[in-house]
Design a binder for this molecule. Structure first.
Ligand code: FES
Length: 98
């Protein structure tokens, strides 16, 4: 998994176990993705999935609802809600605002 660099920090590349939540991976590795509530309320943790969307679990209803309110396209996810699926491949993320 690759977290693209931004003002919060440099690019990070990590191995991610199946079922891991993106927010925990960001927190554990100090990846440059901001987050706050961890409960699909604030929208701080929006990430653009640049590559590998198929390697993430489908968004839950609560995640879809907030992304819809925020007006984001399908390639944006909430790091506090998105989980990694089992399998091999590369997921590339970049901050999407918030
Ligand atoms: S941290 Fe608040 S919506 Fe994800």
């Amino acid at each position: 998994m690759v977290f693209e660099g931004n003002a919060l920090g440099r690019e990070k590349r990590i191995e991610a176990p199946a079922g891991a939540e993106l927010v925990d991976l960001c927190d554990e590795t100090l990846a440059p993705i901001a987050f706050s509530c961890r409960s699909a309320s604030c929208g701080t943790c929006q990430v653009e999935v640049v590559q590998g969307a198929e390697l993430l679990e489908a968004p839950s209803e609560v995640e879809r609802e907030l992304l819809e309110v925020l007006g984001h396209p399908d390639n944006v996810r909430l790091a506090c809600q998105a989980k990694v699926r089992a399998g091999h491949g590369l997921v590339r993320l970049r901050p999407a605002g918030g």
